[in-house]
Design a protein around this ligand. Structure first.
Ligand code: NAD
Length: 270
C-alpha cells in the first residue's frame, strides 16, 4: 500500500534507468561530469564532441565502470549539417532519445571594439546556434514520443555582465532566451526545456583561463575570494542539477534557469 501523500519519482532505483541521453561537449569538464553521473544513474549515452576521440575516451571508461551503452560521435555544433548527421547516427545507435544536454561551449572574452567579426561569429555560432542546431535535430524524435527533456548549459554571464568578457554574455543571454522560448513552444507536447547557469567551475576551460593570467595562483585565490562560499565550484555540482532537470522529478519545471554559482550573482557590491 502506498502510504505517501506525494507522487515522488524516486524509489531507490537509478534515476535515469532506461533513458537515452545525448550530451554535447562530453569530452571534457562539465559535460564529462554529467556523462559520468547520468551513466551511474542508469542512462545509455551518446557523447558528442568536436571529434569523436575525446567522447570515445570518456565513453569507454564509463562503459567499463557502469556497463551502460555508450555511443561517441564527432561534430562541430556550429555546423547544422554536421549536427544533423551526428545526432541521426546517435539516435539510430541508441534506439531513441529522451534527454539532450547542450554543454558544448567556448569562452570568447574581449573588448567589444577589439572583437573581430570572426570572434563574434565563432562565439554566437558555438554557444547559441550550436544549442539550437542540436535541439532542432533532436526534437522530431522527442515529439514523436511525446516526451523529452532538454537542458542547456548557460552561465552567470547570461544574467550579469563582467566588463571585458564580450561577446560571451551576449550568447549566454541568448541561450537563456532560447530555453524560455522553446520551453513554451513545446510544453503541451511533452517537451521541457530548462537551462543551468553555472558560476566559476573548475574545469579544463577554467584552468586555461587561469594559465593565461600573469600569476595563475593569485588569480585562482582572487576568484575564490569573490565567491560568498570562498571556493570555486566543481563539475559534479553542475551535474547533480542537470540530473534533476533531466529526470522526471523535475516534470513540472519548464522554461526556467537554475543559477549554480554559490550565491555570487546576488551580490550588488563587494
Ligand atoms: P571545457 O572546455 O572543459 O569543455 C567543453 C567541451 O566542449 C570540450 O570538450 C570541447 O571540445 C567541446 N566543444 C567546444 N566547442 C565545440 C563545438 N563547436 N562543437 C562540439 N563540441 C565543442 O569547458 P567547460 O568549462 O566544461 O564548459 C562547459 C560548458 O559550461 C560551456 O558551455 C561553458 O560556456 C559553460 N560554463 C562553464 C563555466 C566554468 O566556469 N567552467 C561557467 C559557466 C558556464
Amino acid at each position: 500500500m502506498n502510504t505517501s501523500a506525494h507522487d515522488f519519482a524516486t524509489t531507490g532505483r537509478p534515476r535515469l534507468q532506461g533513458k537515452h541521453a545525448l550530451i554535447t561537449g562530453a569530452g571534457s569538464g562539465i559535460g564529462s561530469a554529467i556523462a559520468e553521473l547520468f551513466a551511474r544513474e542508469g542512462a545509455d549515452l551518446a557523447l558528442l564532441d568536436l571529434t569523436a576521440a575525446p567522447a570515445k575516451a570518456v565513453g569507454d571508461a564509463l562503459m567499463k565502470t557502469t556497463g551502460r551503452r555508450m555511443v561517441a560521435v564527432g561534430a562541430d555544433v556550429s555546423s547544422a549539417t554536421q549536427v544533423d548527421t551526428a545526432i541521426a547516427e546517435a539516435i539510430d545507435a541508441l534506439g531513441g532519445l529522451d534527454i539532450l544536454i547542450n554543454c558544448a561551449g567556448i569562452n570568447v572574452f574581449g573588448d567589444p571594439l577589439q572583437t573581430t567579426e570572426q570572434d563574434w561569429r565563432r562565439c554566437l555560432d558555438t554557444n547559441l546556434a550550436g544549442a539550437w542546431h542540436c535541439i532542432r535535430a533532436a526534437l522530431p524524435t522527442m515529439l514523436a514520443a511525446g516526451y523529452g527533456h532538454v537542458v542547456n548549459i548557460a552561465s552567470v554571464h547570461g544574467h550579469k555582465i563582467i566588463p571585458g568578457a564580450f561577446p560571451y554574455p551576449v550568447a549566454k543571454h541568448g541561450l537563456i532566451g532560447l530555453t524560455r522560448s522553446l520551453g513554451i513552444e513545446y510544453a503541451a507536447r511533452g517537451i521541457r526545456v530548462n537551462s543551468i547557469s553555472p558560476g566559476l567551475i573548475m574545469t579544463p576551460a577554467a584552468e586555461r583561463y587561469f594559465q593565461s593570467c600573469p600569476d595563475p595562483e593569485a588569480e585562482r585565490l582572487r576568484q575564490a575570494e569573490l565567491l560568498p562560499c570562498k571556493r570555486i565550484g566543481k563539475p559534479e555540482e553542475v551535474a547533480y542539477a542537470a540530473l534533476f532537470l533531466a529526470s522526471d522529478e523535475a516534470r513540472f519545471v519548464n522554461a526556467t534557469d537554475l543559477l549554480i554559482d554559490g550565491g555570487r550573482s546576488q551580490i550588488y557590491h563587494d
